[in-house]
Design a protein around this ligand. Structure first.
Ligand code: FE2
Length: 183
């Protein structure tokens, strides 16, 4: 797993204060359609394909291509707000998440765990502070979180290898960046 996952500080040299303020505002407005997902006993919520995060996805593509030495194309972005009590169980991601970034926007994110073996023999603990990113192949690496204790907001960016088996998921099969999810 060692050559597959990376921790990057100040991912993309982004203005994290601005991004944090933007998503705090976005999540406090009733006009935005938030996707709620059951996560244990509580619901988490988030936004798929928000234009700001889609642009960050586009702009960080070249960096990700350098990291993995592959020709990548964006699939989608998602920003999630975790609420106390939420659980993220152990999973691998769907085909659109072949190469992924999870970065902390605001709040105190709790431990994220990752491993490549079912028996968790190579399990690592990852703790991210604002602006720091965990870079991983989402379809290959199991990942999960401890029960969330304090609220925090996290961004997820995903790409596929245009020469790989998941190439048909470019743009998550949408007409382009910023478009809604197609079920
Ligand atoms: Fe995941």
């Amino acid at each position: 797993m060692k050559n597959k996952i990376f921790i990057v500080e100040q991912f993309g040299n982004l203005d994290m204060e601005f991004i944090s303020e933007y998503y705090n505002l976005l999540f406090s407005t009733p006009s935005v359609e938030k996707i709620t997902t059951p996560m244990g006993d509580v619901e988490g919520y988030g936004v798929y394909g928000d234009p700001l995060m889609e642009l960050i996805l586009k702009r960080t593509t070249s960096f990700m291509m350098e990291v993995y030495e592959k020709q990548l194309m964006p699939t989608y972005s998602y920003v999630r707000h975790y609420t106390p009590g939420a659980l993220l169980s152990k999973h691998k991601d769907r085909p659109s998440c072949e190469y992924s970034v999870s970065f902390a926007i605001s709040g105190e994110s709790n431990s994220l765990w990752a491993c490549s073996e079912e028996d968790e023999s190579d399990k690592v603990e990852i703790q991210l502070t604002q602006g720091n990113a965990f870079i991983y192949p989402g379809c290959e690496i199991y990942h999960w979180r401890d029960k969330i204790e304090t609220p925090f907001t996290q961004a997820f960016l995903h790409w596929v290898d245009i020469d790989g088996p998941n190439a048909s998921w470019i743009m998550d099969r949408r007409p382009g960046l910023g478009h809604p999810y197609i079920a």
